[in-house]
Write a new protein. Structure first.
Length: 392
């Protein structure tokens, strides 16, 4: 009996606790409802707020009536189509000069359907790619109340797509050349040429050279990929620049001597830079090696000097130079000014791309100056705080 009374008392206590919690929860819900009801949604619906919302839209927005008169155009739309005067109240064909966009609007109105199309505009001499969407607003009776046009700039996406497509094509081509050579000479050896002592050794040397080229290409691709994904960390320390350049010259001395190219340097002996020593060596080896490749006579010179309070490491040569129209593309993967010559000299087309990315990873700038048949100057611009002419 006592146990039964105890159980009843416990149940009563639990019920009271639950009732208290329910009341607390109910009060909280009422508070939330009161807060929600206290919001003044009319503020959002005000003309000033509506105008602010339209201005904040980065896409171009145009609203036209069924007769083709412009009701509203936001600033982004005006900027994209370079419209200076207020377009409201004017016919759309008077304001828009792009035939593809006019046809899209006409088709959307006639079909009463949402339509989308990629269109191209010329802006400052460059192609601008836009994704245009036309969306008619139809009432319950099937009549178009107005038409909404949205313009989304997809130029950057197009550029990235082109870069990706070119990259895949170039990688495929660069890999195919050595693989085809290795396969062809290996098959020749297997078909009996291995017994020809005079030619078999030559064929094996060709296979080795092509394998080395393939390995260099893969290594360069892996290096680029690691830099871009941030796997390569730049660990800066004070480096005596003169000593680093001397070691680079030692590595490339034989190659320069075979071509009769002089290696020179003009670096104050106590100049120090704050950089990653291994990556800095990689940068300079690539730059000096590239300069030697494209210099038939004269010299390759590495200098350090101050310019506008910043430090500049320059690699100058007296080589064949680069035409002006190609300079802005130097540093792109696989980009070569003279493709046949570059492949003949053993380049992978990735050396300057690696240099560019490593320089940027240091937080520095890369500049290229060149003149055909007179030579090229590649400059690495270093912030004032990251070099010391006294090496204190």
């Amino acid at each position: 009996m006592e146990i039964f009374i105890f159980i009843i008392l416990v149940l009563i206590l639990v019920i009271f606790i639950l009732i208290g919690k329910i009341k607390t929860l109910s009060l909280k819900i009422q508070d939330l409802k009161a807060q929600k009801q206290s919001y003044d949604f009319s503020i959002v619906k005000s003309p000033q707020s509506f105008e602010t919302i339209l201005k904040s839209i980065t896409e171009g927005l145009l609203i036209i009536d069924p007769k083709g008169y412009i009701m509203l155009a936001n600033q982004s739309f005006k900027d994209i189509l370079k419209i200076d005067e207020p377009p409201e109240g004017r016919l759309v064909i008077e304001v828009i000069r792009n035939i593809d966009l006019i046809n899209l609007i006409s088709s959307s109105i006639s079909k009463k359907e949402d339509l989308a199309e990629e269109i191209t505009l010329k802006k400052a001499g460059k192609d601008i790619y836009l994704l245009a969407k036309a969306m008619p607003v139809v009432d319950s009776e099937g009549t178009i109340s107005f038409l909404i046009i949205l313009l989304h700039d997809i130029t950057r996406l197009k550029q990235l797509e082109n870069v990706r497509r070119d990259f895949v094509a170039n990688v495929s081509h660069e890999l195919k050349t050595p693989v085809t050579a290795i396969k062809g000479y290996a098959e020749t050896l297997l078909d009996g040429a291995i017994n020809d002592k005079e030619n078999s050794k030559k064929f094996i040397e060709i296979i080795k050279n092509q394998a080395d080229r393939l390995n260099a290409l893969v290594e360069d691709l892996l290096t680029l990929s690691r830099i871009e994904f941030g796997d390569i960390k730049i660990e800066k320390e004070n480096i005596v620049l003169d000593e680093l350049i001397s070691s680079v010259f030692q590595i490339l001395k034989d190659k320069a001597q075979k071509k009769g190219v002089l290696l020179q340097k003009e670096i104050p002996p106590e100049t120090a830079i704050y950089a990653d020593q291994y990556r800095m060596s990689q940068i300079m080896i690539n730059l000096v090696d590239n300069a030697i490749k494209f210099t038939e006579k004269g010299f390759v010179k590495v200098r350090f000097f101050k310019e506008n309070s910043k430090g500049v490491i320059s690699v100058e040569d007296t080589g064949i130079g680069i035409p002006k129209e190609h300079i802005h593309r130097i540093g792109e993967r696989f980009y070569r000014v003279d493709k046949a010559r570059s492949r003949q000299l053993g380049g992978t087309g990735l050396g300057l791309a690696i240099v560019k990315h490593l320089v940027l990873a240091h937080g520095w700038q890369l500049q290229i100056e060149s003149e055909v048949e007179k030579g090229t100057k590649v400059k690495i611009v270093i912030p004032e705080k990251e070099f010391d002419l006294t090496n204190k």
